[in-house]
Design a binder for this molecule. Sequence first.
Ligand code: 6PG
Length: 235
Amino acid sequence: MTAAPTRTGPSRLEVVVTPDAAAASAHVAELLAAAVEAGAAVALSGGSTPRRAYEQAAELVPDWGGVEVWLADERCVPPGDPRSNLRLVEESVLARLEVAPRLHPVATQLVPEEAAARYDAELRAVGLPQLVLLGLGPDGHTASLFPGMPSLAVDDRLAVASEAGMEPLVPRVSLTLPAIGRAAQVVFLVTGEGKAEVVRRAFAAAPSLEVPASLARSATGATVVVLDRAAAARL
Ligand code: 6PG
């Protein structure tokens, strides 16, 4: 594994390249487990990549009793729907725990704007996540912040409703860029050769509204990008 700090100072970007997807998941699981042990509030993303890391984090630390768990984004579908990020977290994390965290689902039964307003209010009342775990879509999106969408410009709210820029094409609720930026640790998990070019655009090119992940950075802490060798091929 290689760790190459590409920026230093109060806000750091660290790129960690692991040999394969299993090692990338294991690395992220350790970061997540350490945050949970420290009692940090965490926000988890959906998608297919993080499932194994979530399972391993729950196996490493089965007591999440002291922790608030948020969703970095949610698809506005009923809770049991296979596309639901809540369902992913329930299956991969909650089902493995001895002590459950305080989980903050998005109120997907409401219209997305109302669900986002309610999530924003809850985040303000309870406190923002200190670790935000993100993925990277092939179009450069992260959480549910899609290229060129108005949600990228929102700077006075912590959660926002957004249209989906790609499948599944259902309305979304997402943390905003400022909410993500206030986390002490922003962790990306990205694997596979199919993501190599978008990884380059997100982490080794100028920040751009066309690549929302290039704008998702911890403002004062660390942004840690955990990749397998295939995803890092164009860095
Ligand atoms: C979502 C996600 C999204 C995801 C990326 C990567 O709910 O859709 O939070 O931002 O992280 O699309 O998804 P994969 O891991 O499936 O490639």
